[in-house]
Write a protein that binds this ligand. Sequence first.
Ligand code: ME8
Length: 506
Amino acid sequence: MTQKAYITTPIYYPSGAPHVGSAYTSTAADVWARFKRSDGFDTKFLTGTDEHGLKLQRKAEEAGLTPQDYVDDMSTQFRALTDIMNLSNDDFIRTTEPRHHKAAQAIWQKLAQNGYIYKDTYSGWYCVSDEAYYDESELTEQDGKKIAPSGHPVEWMEEESYFFKLSAFEDKLLALYEEQPDFIQPNSRRNEVISFVKSGLADISISRTTFDWGIPVPNDDKHVMYVWIDALTNYLTADGYPNELNYWPAVHLVGKDILRFHAIYWPAMLMGADIDTPRKVFAHGWWTSEGKKMSKSFGNVVDPKEITEEFGIDAVRYFMLREVPFGNDGDFSRERMINRINTELANDLGNLFQRVLSMVQKNCDGKTPALGTLSNEDKALLELAQKALDATQQEIEALAFHKALDAIWEVIDAGNKYMDAVRPWELKKTNPAQMAHVLRVLMESFQIIAVLVTPFMPESGEKLLSQLGISGTCISDLSALPNLKEGTELPVPQGIFPRIDVEKAA
Ligand code: ME8
């Protein structure tokens, strides 16, 4: 039976244009999904927009629109991320869709039936920008105003509300983290969550009565659901809930600021509704831009559309996943990006392919050359490529994208060293058959490189594959090397990774 894989991004608030944060999570999820598909998994990749709540209601009021008109318009900008970043998402969910209303009401009813929902009065602090409740002890004061850890102001709230009995899940959550040690990643974040849960969980308010832009609570439409209860359920909606689930459980990629919702509230809700908990929740870090927090007032906000138009989609995708270990914070620096494009993509990878394939074109009749007997040196290169294949599979499973790229670049570096050692341009005069042989050995390693870079850089990867005469080859097609077909007609190689002119870019 084909194995299944399911990955999700947070559903984004369409309250402003997509920024580098949304582009980042979506790209990481896309690389994972493309990799799993290439590796033979039946894969589902979900993203979408989170369209209810007071924040969006207020944004719509400011824009002079109804909330529905406002989100209809804004969510198209997020749907456009699919083209901007070349995403392969299988679905795009909007929480205002009827299928989602149905699912959110169904999970509410299940939790109510199981005795985990009760009515009371809520009084406490609420941050509309974060759509989150905070305890007094978490707040700081600024100019006489109370401020949430995110830096946004909070408001006092006091109203009748339904509550979810989160406190009933303390032990069950701790048992989950214990039994499934990679449930929360990276480990530093896992430890933070565990100590938070150990410090005691209070029940959470899950409905509001003072505004109405939300999903009505079943049998009590004076209340709308708390936006996070509604939003988290999207991951089930898109998989068919309340009907049979197909791909669940999912791997959730989230920013570190929303880990608590995904690693505490969400598994507790699922346990309360008798549904399997997620496979994993991975919290990635935050990007600054040129060393500073991204903000309109600094004028340093990185716009995914502008940056991909300037440098190319593949180069930006590569930079995001190579520059920062997934899980750490990182800085978006143009200088570092240009440097990586010029050295790692244009020089190391692009030049290597170009040098070898141009020689094949000129000296081997433009066809995959014959292979002689493998020397130890040849075998070492091919073994390294095979090893990179295994390493990449493991690193992608662990969401260690930078390490997967390291493993691929080890083969690229070894290919460059091999080329310099065997000097095919000299063999051309002295031993043409040996020249053909070493070029073929390099081409054998290239197919693994090309197949493995394709999920990161889909367009360039496909171009590399077609230069090798093996368009469309997947990880699951790769058998033991050598396996290329001698005599395959090859296209005239074209440069794939243009160098950036540093002065012009400045
Ligand atoms: O939180 N660097 O939506 P959102 C990296 N609707 N990531 C960043 C970032 C940055 N500079 N700025 C923001 C929500 N993010 C909810 C999710 S899921 C059921 C509901 C990330 O649009 C942030 O960490 O405010 C978060 O993961 C994501 O952008 C979406 O944030």
